[in-house]
Design a protein. Structure first.
Length: 431
């Protein structure tokens, strides 16, 4: 390891350790590398601009953020919840099932776990805790766990970022996330049913079946968004970036014209909030672009690939090792940093070992989402705590059962590639 790389890593860990935002830590440590290596510091800005200009796909990120914020601001979330209550609220653990199904549906609109948890999650927690039907910690825990499905079922901001660093097809990545997302929903609902029966949670009064058509019609325009997105991408009508623009425009028309739930003032606040969120993601992407240049300069990916191939590591052992590392990193790092900074190191080795990059990408994104609810730094735990004021210790005490079944689902996806690759292959994927 060269002196400049050693100082770069030391600066990064020091800055992150004293609480500096991870984007600033990466950018400043990269500047340290360039300065010690005797390279022009302006190269940092050049790498950011070149990377952003060459990555048209990144436009999808702020557009999906806008679509999610519009969905949260309007009455769309409430209409979807009413539909879910009518559909699955009658079963044991009813509102817990509603929580998961609502996340499955909302994930087809936002592409963001945080948007899911902060928006529709807050509403469903209030429903679950009303009258003491569910403990606050349990309601918060299943909300955080179900929100992890958000970036798995398309659209998915983390998959857009993975496509950026791996040159994989976004369309096939999106397709590959559908079945894993459903599997995650099934294991969470199964655990919710078991916990509800074991702890004797009260049954909800069932919504009459005659009300279901009315609730379905009420929510139908919102339910159409995932279908529009998928048809646009896989029907060849739009690129993934154009589909993100269509999603944002459709959400705007739905909330402001059809449901009349968003005023001009509210729309201004939505755009400001979306710009701030997009800027935060953009800073991390910019830092990652510089760091990727440094990693390439040090020839680290090829050295890692050569070392692992020389050790004759089997693909499945390598796959399990990477996922264990990502699971541990997920306890302390956010998903964007892992995907943009850590994952690119392993992609050359995946190619050498013949690991399918769509399978690898979807599994890694699932793993990163599990990291969002893994103590001590699970971001979704802090988000739920911030929007509901439920004590963090109560949420953490209830999260372990849901964390266990999600890890079990992750292991299943690793050993059974067909869970990820069945739909892409059905649509012509050659992998």
């Amino acid at each position: 390891m060269s002196l400049q790389l050693t100082l770069c890593l030391a600066a990064m860990f020091f800055l992150a350790g004293i609480g500096a935002p991870i984007a600033f830590a990466i950018i400043l440590s990269a500047i340290v590398y360039l300065a010690v290596a005797g390279q022009d510091i302006a190269l940092a800005g050049e790498q950011i601009l070149a990377g952003l200009y060459d990555s048209f796909i990144l436009l999808a990120v702020p557009l999906f953020i806008v679509a999610a914020n519009i969905m949260n601001a309007g009455t769309i979330s409430e209409r979807l919840l009413n539909f879910c209550v009518a559909a699955v609220g009658r079963f044991r653990g009813g509102l817990g099932h509603v929580n998961v199904v609502a996340s499955l549906i909302f994930s087809g609109m936002s592409g963001s776990a945080v948007a899911d948890a902060a928006g529709i999650g807050k509403i469903i927690i209030e429903m679950m805790t009303k009258g003491g039907r569910y403990p606050a910690g349990y309601a918060a825990a299943i909300t955080a766990a179900s929100a992890t499905i958000g970036p798995i079922i398309p659209p998915s901001i983390p998959m857009v970022l993975y496509a950026l660093v791996s040159n994989s097809s976004i369309g096939y990545l999106f397709l590959g996330g559908i079945v894993p997302g459903l599997v995650m929903g099934v294991v969470l609902m199964t655990m919710n049913y078991y916990m509800s029966a074991k702890r004797g949670f009260a049954l909800e009064e069932p919504v009459p079946l005659r009300e279901l058509p009315k609730q379905t019609i009420n929510a139908f325009p919102a339910l159409l968004m995932p279908a529009i997105l998928l048809y646009g991408i896989y029907g060849g009508v739009t690129t993934p970036t154009e589909a993100a623009a269509v999603a944002a425009f459709y959400a705007l028309i739905l909330a402001s014209v059809f449901y009349r739930a968003v005023s001009l003032r509210a729309l201004y606040d939505i755009f400001v909030s979306s710009a701030r969120s997009s800027a935060a993601v953009g800073l991390v992407i910019g830092g990652a672009l510089i760091l990727n240049y440094i990693v390439a300069s040090e020839n680290i990916p090829n050295m890692m690939a050569g070392a692992l191939v020389g050790l004759d590591v089997s693909p499945i052992v390598f796959f399990l090792g990477v996922n264990l590392l990502v699971l541990l990193l997920g306890c302390v790092l956010d998903a964007t940093t892992i995907i943009l900074v850590i994952v690119p190191l392993f992609i050359p080795t995946c190619r050498e070992l013949g690991i399918d990059l769509v399978h690898f990408g979807v599994v890694i994104v699932v793993n990163c989402m599990i990291g969002l609810i893994t103590p001590p730094y699970g971001i979704l735990l802090f988000v739920i705590n911030a929007v509901t004021n439920i004590p963090l210790r109560d949420i953490i005490a209830e999260i372990w059962a849901f964390l266990a079944v999600l890890i079990a689902a992750l292991i299943l996806m690793i050993f059974v590639p067909g869970i990820v690759l069945w739909l892409p292959r059905l649509m012509g994927y050659p992998g």
